[in-house]
Design a protein around this ligand. Sequence first.
Ligand SMILES: [Zn+2]
Ligand SMILES: [Zn+2]
Length: 387
Amino acid sequence: MAAAAGVKTSPDFPVPETMKAWVLGNPGELILVRKPVPVPRRAEVLLRIDAVAICATDLEVIDHGSPALIQGGMPFNKNFTPGHEYMGTVVALGPGVDEYRIGQRVTVEIHAGCGQCKRCREGMYTSCFNYGLNHGDVDKGHRANGFTTDGGFCEYQVNNINTLVAIADGMSDEEATLVVTAGTAMYGLTELGGLVAGESVAVSGPGPIGLLGVAVAKALGPSPVILTGTRDNRLKIGRELGADHVVNIRNEDAVEAVRRLNGGKGVDYVIECSGAPNAVNDAIHMVNRGGKVCLAAFPHQETPVDVAHIVRNNIYLYGIRGEGKSATHRAEAFMAQKRFDATKIHTHTFALDDLPTAIRYAKDRVDDAIKVVVKARGVAAQRVAAE
Ligand SMILES: [Zn+2]
Ligand SMILES: [Zn+2]
């Protein structure tokens, strides 16, 4: 890291000048390069990245570009480092930072937002009006790790202090990478109405957000929690994370099953995490009159929806974007209190050098992969071992 006025470091955590970093070339192409270690500015710290999880949105960015936005355009061939679900150790403090200390372990949420637009001021920084405006003469200071600024598939990264979440000592690096996923589920529930004790919840789609959606919902005290999906091994994990009932929709109709499992009335809340083409329509029929549906996944094509049913039944539909309103802090609190074991969805760990292999496992669900984590240290690189 280059020396800079007001930046504090410690001999206990020496920071090199350059680091390994993966950058996005053409669509689907990742290249391992060396980059200068970035320097923290005001309200920022430098993290040594200890673990980073691969998310479906990373795969989207690497193959298709969106929703990453670099210098106002697609992220290809711009020396851009993707990756957003990372955790690490604070190794340098920007000028004026005393909220965190060097050596502290933290996990990070993605969006710092601009801090000055209407949505940021409301705490909805994941819906910042100035997304991607952090370059040239429209620099609003917006940051979203791995989307509008460099992310975590590297050894060090700067982060705004507002994106840091202190983690409990007992929490492993791998578990800490899952806080933001649990935080996204928590944000969905916060938007639906916060505490759900005694109410009924259905979650569709047992991917990472759906599974931790079950876990976070269960910790908020609803009854029952119902999980629907197509893969028995994932439904089994959902049960371990707190689902009272699981429904394999290959064997029975999702809507009928959810209604039957809650006395024929449908549930108060549905969290849609599958992105399946019929999922929104199913969700509005699973929910009861006056109930709420949170859309946390999106299908790639437009989908027909029975609007009349929504209107006649006073159904609330919410899209959520990311992990806003400090939901990651609430999710971390549940995890620190061991209300659920998020590590049940962590299936594989690879060395940072093996990122392309790790991505293949996540994308093709090799060996039933759910959450695949990459670490810069402490994991032998298979590529080297194989040679
Ligand atoms: Zn993610
Ligand atoms: Zn903003």
